[in-house]
Ligand binder design. Structure first.
Ligand SMILES: Cc1cc2nc3c(=O)[nH]c(=O)nc-3n(C[C@H](O)[C@H](O)[C@H](O)COP(=O)(O)OP(=O)(O)OC[C@H]3O[C@@H](n4cnc5c(N)ncnc54)[C@H](O)[C@@H]3O)c2cc1C
Length: 449
């Protein structure tokens, strides 16, 4: 079944903070934009965070107005739950072959009332809550999801029909099929984001098998008001942890994993979480094991000094191994970076791995854009045009280009929108001059590197 094909000026791929910002900046300048997101809601990783460094603002309070602005902008066509299968060149632009995955819910009619969710008898682990909480087989993805439309996990559905019976607008459709359509665009902005270093990669740290060794995004969900438990509880026995340790560079600056770069955000998010934990669990001891503390941004060094002043313990050392005792308490074996390089073992109730950022998506096959040695999109002139890729008309922004925090993602998103607008205008100027003179002016022959 085909949906209606679309014609836009720019196609933005990925609806995290970077993609949303680029789409908004282009749309505000009057360009028609299609924003394609593969998940049922936009928001990216940021919408799952609790509070953000360095201001400790509530993350949802920053993200949801942008999500809403994207959904309501007259120049933005928001396309969630869609995959781009192929990109072809078409004259001066591109044609994207897109598939809209079935929600088994008629999106146009669904009001997000959640009656279907309340009636559904099936609970399945919630990926949004790092599998610590559960959601129903049919549900609105999360409370601030945009669009507020239900989605059914057909693989876990009993087809009992309870959702269909309670839906006030009759929008459940168990027979829904994928829909194919095309988007014609003059330019593309890739904002496909990042993933976390898989915890099973690091065998010395328990390879993801130790129940009380969690990764930092799980702690974000514990700390978030909408998190799975509403409290910080350790997964094995639901006990409030009295001693929490952070292990830095657990997936970055690590040749054994082939991830040699610094992920740039882990020091700051660990310090942020330690501060938030001091508030949530005032009696808990919090330790951060680190090799170097990298607080590179405006106000970030002061943030670190504030954490020290609050009593968070910073231990300079390399964590060699994490095991557990009979009570599933993690034991951290650390080589201290002091004068005699002592090796000590310290028990904690809960350990948080400060995992790094790895590329979220490889654009080579579909977009024909090479990636650099680190797996992120290759930037031919990072110091001069940091959003320009090796393929004319395709730009990149946010963590698709490399590890960065929210501030830098937003700044880069603005830059990508500006580069894209300049590219679109150069194309228009070229067409106008061609119409008048019949030949390509020399200054416009090379619009790209
Ligand atoms: C634990 C943790 C805590 C953090 N805390 C902070 C903080 O306090 N302050 C701060 O500044 N930064 C923080 N960060 C960093 C912050 O999360 C990132 O800077 C930010 O989310 C990057 O946004 P993005 O849009 O580049 O990527 P993402 O948020 O990854 O968004 C990318 C989007 O693209 C979509 N996508 C991917 N591939 C495709 C495809 N092929 N087609 C369509 N869509 C696709 C994804 O589904 C996703 O929605 C933290 C990071 C972590 C891991």
């Amino acid at each position: 079944m085909r949906r209606q094909d679309l014609h836009v000026n720019a196609l933005v791929v990925g609806g995290g903070i970077a993609g949303m910002q680029s789409a908004l900046d282009l749309a505000d300048q009057g360009y028609r934009v299609a924003l394609v997101e593969r998940q049922p809601s936009i928001g990216g990783k940021m919408i799952a965070l609790s509070k953000v460094f360095p201001t400790l603002d509530c993350c949802s309070c920053i993200t949801t107005p942008k999500m809403s602005a994207v959904a309501h902008h007259e120049n933005i066509e928001l396309l969630t739950y869609c995959e781009i299968n192929e990109i072809q060149e078409n004259g001066g632009g591109f044609v994207a072959q897109v598939t809209k995955k079935p929600r088994y819910v008629n999106e146009a009619d669904c009001t997000g009332c959640r009656q279907c969710e309340y009636a559904c008898p099936i609970d399945i682990p919630s990926a949004f809550d790092q599998n610590l909480g559960a959601h129903r087989a049919i549900r609105v993805p999360f409370s601030t999801a945009v669009p507020q439309k239900a989605v059914l996990d057909i693989d876990n559905c009993l087809l009992c029909g309870k959702c269909e019976k309670v839906c006030p607008v009759g929008c459940i459709d168990f027979t829904q099929q994928p829909q194919d359509f095309t988007i014609e665009a003059e330019a593309i902005v890739l904002a496909t984001g990042f993933e976390l270093t898989p915890t099973d990669a690091k065998k010395e740290y328990g390879a993801g098998q130790l129940r009380n060794v969690i990764e930092a995004l799980t702690m974000e969900r514990f700390l978030a008001p909408t998190g799975p438990y509403g409290h910080v509880l350790r997964p094995s026995d639901g006990k409030e942890p009295e001693s929490i340790a952070y292990v830095q560079c657990a997936g970055s600056r690590d040749q054994t994993l082939g991830i040699e770069y610094c992920s740039r955000v882990c020091c700051m998010y660990a310090i942020k979480q330690a501060m938030l934990l001091s508030g949530a669990l005032p009696l808990a001891d919090i330790t951060i094991y680190y090799m170097d503390i990298r607080t590179f941004g405006k106000g970030y060094e002061q943030f670190y000094q504030n954490a020290r002043a609050m009593g968070i313990e910073f231990v300079k050392g390399k964590v060699a191994r994490i095991t557990e005792d009979d009570g599933q308490n993690p034991i951290v074996r650390v080589e201290l970076m002091d004068e005699d390089s002592r090796v000590v073992e310290r028990p904690h109730d809960l350990v948080v791995l400060s995992v790094g950022m790895v590329p979220g998506y490889d654009p080579q096959a579909i977009y024909g854009i090479p990636v650099a040695g680190d797996g992120f999109v290759d930037l031919p002139l990072p110091n001069i045009t940091p959003t320009v890729t090796r393929r004319p008309g395709i730009f990149v922004t946010g963590t698709a280009a490399g590890p960065m925090d929210i501030v830098d993602s937003i700044v880069m998103a603005g830059a990508a929108a500006a580069e894209t607008a300049a590219y679109l205008e150069a194309g228009r100027l070229l067409s106008r001059k061609l119409e008048v003179s019949g030949k390509v002016p020399a200054e416009l022959e090379v619009a790209h590197v």
